[in-house]
Design a protein around this ligand. Structure first.
Ligand SMILES: NC(=O)c1ccc[n+]([C@@H]2O[C@H](COP(=O)([O-])OP(=O)(O)OC[C@H]3O[C@@H](n4cnc5c(N)ncnc54)[C@H](O)[C@@H]3O)[C@@H](O)[C@H]2O)c1
Length: 261
């Protein structure tokens, strides 16, 4: 039996990268999926690809995680169409590269609003439905190695991801009485558009070539290479499945050993 058979999973940031990797892994495990993302056209293309893998139903809705009104609409459509949400996966996120002394305030706001306020707004809307419908759900949030470590050039990102881990720990306490599990995955460096964009911005900021920065990242990882989204997908399946029923409030590193705490 597939591990997510008959489960309904709601994923943010699903159009590409880690969100898409998780959607593919969930589709292979039999889940029905609600895919959401800011990029409407790319999201529809991704949804087509995921439908080809899935035995469940797949719907796709454009949604900005910073927009509480849009989130309420999409969650309400989801409940009408699917009846409930069993699994919420918070993935949508952005990164910008600048030293604190050079960082424009708008950049800080974009990163913190997307990576921290976004999961707050989405979790709030989805959890309300889980509680109303008495769903013993699972929340899987993509945090980061930067939920536990700072790094130069990404202070806003590290602040948002530390905050996200704090938000999810508090939510784990609040939802334990209802048997809703709340856990984070902390990826290290995953080869996605976000990571590549980050490498390009960092190369420019440090006056290095892109390859030099890619090598620098690989050298930070004991395994010596970056993860694929599929690696994160495997752990996201585990945390959404009944195998993780006794886990809550945990932040699981999937980082090739880049950090060990
Ligand atoms: N790639 C890595 O190395 C890495 C490492 C640790 C954590 N993460 C986290 O994983 C998550 C996904 O990252 P990725 O590498 O797949 O990035 P990505 O840029 O490839 O994908 C992110 C997706 O989120 C969407 N998105 C951005 N802002 C949004 C918004 N306001 N509302 C809705 N959707 C929005 C984008 O359109 C995109 O499809 C992020 O939270 C990121 O911080 C990534």
């Amino acid at each position: 039996m597939s591990r997510l058979e008959n489960k309904i999973a709601f994923i943010t940031g699903a159009a590409r990268g880690i969100g898409k990797g998780i959607a593919e892994a969930y589709a292979r495990e039999g889940a029905s999926l609600i895919l959401t993302d800011l990029q409407a056209d790319l999201l529809q293309e991704t949804a087509e690809e995921i439908r080809a893998l899935s035995t469940g139903r797949v719907s796709a809705f454009p949604m900005d995680v910073r927009d509480g009104v849009a989130i309420a609409e999409v969650v309400s459509k989801t409940i009408k169409e699917f009846g409930r949400i069993d699994i919420l996966v918070n993935v949508a996120g952005v990164i910008r590269i600048n030293l604190v002394v050079d960082k424009p305030e708008e950049e800080w706001d974009l990163v913190v609003d997307t990576n921290l306020k976004g999961p707050f707004l989405v979790s709030k809307a989805v959890v309300r439905e889980m509680l109303r419908l008495e769903t013993k759900g699972k929340i899987v949030t993509i945090a980061s190695l930067n939920s536990k470590e700072g790094e130069a050039y990404t202070s806003d990102y590290a602040a948002s991801k530390h905050g996200l881990w704090g938000l999810m720990k508090s939510l784990a306490y609040e939802l334990a009485p209802y048997h809703i599990n709340v856990n984070c995955i902390c990826p290290g460096y995953v080869d996605t558009e976000l990571q590549r964009g980050c490498e390009r911005m960092e190369a420019e900021a440090k006056g290095k070539t892109w390859q030099e920065i890619r090598d620098y990242y690989a050298a930070k990882i004991p395994f010596g290479y970056l993860a694929t989204p599929a690696e994160i997908g495997k752990v996201a399946v585990f945390l959404a499945s009944s195998d993780a029923d006794y886990m809550t409030g945990q932040a699981v590193n999937v980082c090739g050993g880049a950090i060990m705490h």
